[in-house]
Design a protein. Structure first.
Length: 210
């Protein structure tokens, strides 16, 4: 299974720039307020379900965990290390063909903290070439998809390597930042439904249930 580093929850892998040295993204101020009091059951209820992604999809087992040591794909500190005081949950879904969907959801102490964390996510993906662990990846420029996905802001990137291709959607919605990563291994026929439509479903449910 391919495990992708998401800006909020991830398995412990490192990321560094892949070409000539570039300045690392400027770290956002680390929040010092206490994590918000949230209903985790409601947060989990807002996550996408296997049947919404495709007929062969199922839970991939243990959810991705926050990793403060994981760097951004383009170098510099990751979002978890910059914004530790958030309540986080996540889900990982997989198809029989080996595709993977990771969804991470973070709730911050304030809308200002969420806005800063969303910007830090964008800064960590603002390069054309980077590294995901030891795997070199190529990224497209960010695309604004707020009008299609919902929330206060929403951005889409695509990331590719010789092992996989990924559509990554990051959404700011009030005090929440939710990230969707749709990952297809090289050589696998994609069965994932429209990533934009699925992201829109996830955002709508989040706003309706929490």
């Amino acid at each position: 299974m391919i495990v992708l580093v998401l800006p909020a929850c991830s398995q412990p892998v490192q990321g560094t720039p892949d070409s000539a040295p570039r300045p690392a993204p400027t770290p956002a101020p680390v929040t010092t307020t206490a994590p918000p009091a949230v209903d985790l059951e409601l947060l989990v209820a807002s996550l996408l379900r296997p049947t919404e992604v495709g007929p062969t999809w199922k839970s991939a087992g243990a959810q991705p965990k926050p990793d403060a040591n994981a760097a951004a794909v383009c170098g510099g500190p990751g979002v978890v290390s910059q914004f530790p005081n958030a309540e986080r949950t996540a889900a990982a879904l997989e198809s029989e063909q080996g595709e993977l969907l990771q969804e991470t959801l973070s709730v911050y102490p304030s809308e200002a903290d969420a806005y800063a964390a969303f910007n830090a996510t964008s800064a960590g993906l603002a390069c054309q070439e980077g590294k995901l662990g030891e795997t070199p990846v190529t990224l497209t420029a960010a695309a604004d998809v707020q009008s299609k996905v919902g929330g206060d802001r929403a951005t889409l990137w695509t990331m590719s390597s010789d092992r996989f291709s990924t559509v990554l959607v990051s959404v700011l919605a009030k005090q929440h930042v939710v990230n969707f990563a749709f990952i297809t291994p090289t050589g696998v026929d994609q069965t994932i439904a429209d990533p934009i439509a699925l992201s829109r479903t996830g955002v709508a449910r989040l706003l309706a249930t929490y």
